[in-house]
Design a protein around this ligand. Sequence first.
Ligand SMILES: Cc1cc2nc3c(=O)[nH]c(=O)nc-3n(C[C@H](O)[C@H](O)[C@H](O)COP(=O)(O)O)c2cc1C
Length: 158
Amino acid sequence: MHVKITILVGTMTGTAQLCAQEMELALDDGETQVETLLMDKLDSSVFERAGVFLVCTSTYGQGDVPDNAKALYEDLKAKRPDLSHVRYGVFGLGDRTYAETFNFGGKRFDEILGQLGAQRVGERHTHDASSGVLPEETALEWCQNWLAQVKEKTVVER
Ligand SMILES: Cc1cc2nc3c(=O)[nH]c(=O)nc-3n(C[C@H](O)[C@H](O)[C@H](O)COP(=O)(O)O)c2cc1C
């Protein structure tokens, strides 16, 4: 089954980008096509692309999305496009040391996309930097499981 995936990366110091690169390497096999885009300069029209979306983002400040994700996040909130055709997953990065705002970057995207009618596939992943486990290690297994769920829920049109 052919699947197109756009990975949208929100990052400050590159960890989320590294995870996205690992996931692209693991999933892109000709049948599944993956494109990774840094969120910098993107606006909500990116969700007009064909295929499914994987939001891969860390958390900063007081539970904010990273700086490079702010324009896209704010544009979604301002324009509120109908995203009922969109299916997405969330690979979030954070640190439990920030107990009150743990993984809020991914959570914020999940909330706004849900409000706009988009459907999440699978559970929102919440990586914890204080766990000692490297996120790029869990990314592999997580994304393969996510893709399997995407395929399960893809209705083949005849
Ligand atoms: C200044 C600063 C603020 C942070 N704030 C939060 C936060 O509020 N909640 C959270 O879960 N993680 C927070 N983090 C942890 C980062 O999200 C985590 O280290 C992540 O892996 C960084 O990924 P990146 O390199 O892609 O930006 C913060 C990290 C820094 C350095």
